[in-house]
Structures are given as C-alpha cells and as structure tokens.
Design a protein around this ligand. Structure first.
Ligand code: ADP
Ligand code: MG
Length: 353
C-alpha cells in the first residue's frame, strides 16, 4: 500500500514561511490534485513529497513509512515536470530506459519495461526517434514513460500539460486519466487549472498562500464549498458574488432590484451584510422587469454567457442558451431558485450553513 500522509508539514526559505502546517491524507491508488493560484505553494509541497525540497518541520510518510529525511531515490516516487527534460541526443527508447540503465538493471529487463510503457502510451512507432522529431504531446508522453518504467508507487506531476496547446491539453488529460485507470498507482498532480482538477481528481486539495482551504471530491467542492475562495475558484465561469443585507430573516439583494431570498442557513443579525453566491448556471435571464443590462454576450454554441451590469455597478455572469434571442444592451431581470443561493460571511468569507 502506498498512500501518502503529511503531518503539520512546514516549509521555510530562510525567514519566509511558504507552507504553513499542512495535514493531508492521500489514499493508495487515489488521484489527488493540488490546485490553487500561482505562487500558493503547490510545487513546493509536491517537491517536499518527492524529497527535492527539504521539509522544515512536520512529517511525510509514503506507504506508512516515514520518509521525511529520506533521499528522493528511496521514496518510491517518480516525477514528471512541465518541461519534459529529455536528452536530445538519445532516442525515445534510450530516454525511457536511461534511468534503469544508470541503476545497472539488465538489458533484457529494461527492454521489457520500455516496451510495456510504450504500449501503454502508444509510443511503439516512435521508439527510434529523437525528441526533436516529436510533437510536444509525444515528448510529454516520453517523459511520462520514463516515470512508468521505474515502477514507482507514487507518480508526481507538476503542471505536465502547461506547455501544450489547448487541443492537445484535452487529449493528454484524457490519456492521463486512462493511465491512472490502467496502472492504478497513487498519483499527485499539480495544476492551476480548475478544469483539469475537476476532470482528473478523485480528491482535490485547494491551496491558497501555503494553507489548505478545502479538501474534497470535485462535486463536493462544487456543491458544498467551505468559503468564498473555494466557491469562486471551482466552477467555470466563476460563481457570482453580490452584496446582500439581512432583513426580516431573509436576504435582500440590491443589485437584483431588492430581490428577497428565503433561506434556512444561520444568518447574522438583522441589518448585517452578507455575500450572496450565485452560479452562472443557476441564473435565468428574461426581458424587462429590472434595470440589469446585458453588456456583452459570448456565444459558445450550445450555451452563451451573458455579461450583465446591475444598477449597483455589480457585474453578473449568467449562462443562457446558445440561441438566446434577447439582444445585447437590453434591460433584463435575473432570477433563480432560492435553494441555489449560497451565503458567505462578509468579513471572514466563511460559508454560512
Ligand atoms: P506554485 O507552484 O503554487 O505556483 P511555488 O510552490 O512554486 O508555487 O511557490 C510558493 C511560494 O514559495 C512562492 O511565494 C515562491 O515565491 C516561494 N518560493 C519558491 N521557491 C523559493 C526559493 N527557492 N526561495 C524563496 N522562496 C521560494
Ligand atoms: Mg508551480
């Protein structure tokens, strides 16, 4: 069994602390994604697990074994980087087998493992090519192949698709999901892209400024975020946040013409401000009836996104049908089902439940 556990893991660079006491449990065979904005500490945390960065405080264990001070080579992990880091003068086959060769594995065994990896990654036809004769996606597959041949218990990926163009990124995302199903190893995958996180993960870890904001399955985070940050980060387009006021046990939204929202959550005292969260998918737009204006509409085919401006100056995004006929610049009203509204504390931004 090769789950990964972090206990109060801390990372400091000199005086600067960048990882603040992270506790995390990743099950054997799980696909775990670290997601968060640039600079939040995703790579640092992954490199601490790999042993490429020293852990300042706390404990890291892999497969129940404390590896906090172990060498990278002793941890049973293999890492795949954004830059593929292939040897330009070696063929695909030599690149994939190089690590094993350096460790003195017999030729026949290397051949067998490289053949198996190239079958999984559909690289059979490219084994004698050099990296410069490969596309970006093929190069990244070779880099993944190099990790597979080492037979690690845990795969670590650091933004492996960021150098690929959009179309290829989708293809490779599907490939990586298939790879995980086929080999069933524990995988930890770092990305700043919430769509990659949603589509690949069994478990998402949302990081912000070196802290874990929330851990859960993609749908748990989407449907039940703990705070405004997670609510805004997960889901596309992002959740709308509007100012609301508690009045008579309900929440009044000035941006939507004083629309009252009934809710069973524990609201703060009468007159308090709250943040109302509404997903673009939950909004219905109809002509007339309020002073909200359609500023711009983006048509994506099946759906369209209406970018709206409320009389309060607040901006709202609504998902409508691709063939929506209400013209831009029209005054519209925006409605939703009360149960779909979420509420957040105006100061702490914690979810009100
Ligand atoms: P992410 O991968 O989420 O974009 P990183 O883990 O690379 O973020 O970085 C987290 C924080 O640690 C950033 O603020 C970054 O500036 C800082 N950091 C990373 N490496 C070093 C280093 N060698 N020395 C000092 N600070 C660093
Ligand atoms: Mg990074």
């Amino acid at each position: 069994m090769s789950g990964v556990a972090l206990r109060q893991a801390v990372k400091r660079y000199g005086q600067v602390q960048v990882i603040h006491g992270v506790d995390l449990e990743i099950e054997h065979g799980e696909f775990c994604v670290f997601v968060g904005p640039s600079g939040c500490g995703k790579s640092t945390l992954l490199r601490m697990i790999a042993g490429l960065e020293e852990t300042s405080e706390g404990e890291i264990s892999i497969g129940g074994r404390d590896v906090t001070r172990a060498d990278p080579a002793e941890r049973g992990v293999a890492m795949v980087f954004q830059t593929y880091a292939l040897y330009p003068h070696m063929t695909v086959e030599e690149n994939m087998g190089f690590g094993l060769k350096m460790n003195g594995h017999p030729k026949a065994e290397i051949k067998e493992k490289v053949t198996e990896a190239s079958r999984i990654l559909k690289l059979d036809d490219y084994l004698s090519r050099k990296p410069k004769a490969l596309s970006g996606g093929q190069r990244q597959r070779v880099a993944i192949g190099r990790a597979i041949v080492r037979g690690p218990e845990v795969f670590l990926f650091d933004e492996p698709l960021s150098n690929l163009d959009a179309e290829l990124r989708v293809d490779m995302r599907v490939e990586i999901a298939r790879l995980h199903k086929e080999i069933g190893a524990t995988m930890i995958y770092v990305t700043h892209d919430q769509v990659e996180a949603m589509t690949l993960a069994d478990k998402i870890v949302v990081l912000r400024a070196g802290h874990i904001e929330q851990v859960g399955s993609p749908m748990e985070l989407y449907q039940d975020p703990d705070n405004r940050f997670v609510a805004g980060f997960i889901g596309s387009p992002s959740m709308n946040f509007l100012q609301g006021t508690v009045q008579g046990g309900q929440v009044v939204i000035p941006a939507l013409g004083g629309r009252k929202v009934a809710t069973s959550v524990a609201l703060p005292a009468e007159g308090s401000e709250v943040i109302v969260g509404l997903r673009p998918q939950h909004l219905r737009v109809s002509e007339g009836g309020s002073d909200v204006t359609i500023d711009i509409r983006e048509r994506l085919g099946g759906v369209a996104y209406d970018y709206l401006i409320a009389p309060t100056g607040e901006r709202i995004v609504a998902e409508t049908r691709g063939d929506e006929a209400i013209p831009e610049r029209t005054k519209v009203s925006v409605d939703f089902d009360d149960v779909d509204a979420m509420f957040f504390d105006a100061k702490t931004e914690a979810r009100l439940r």
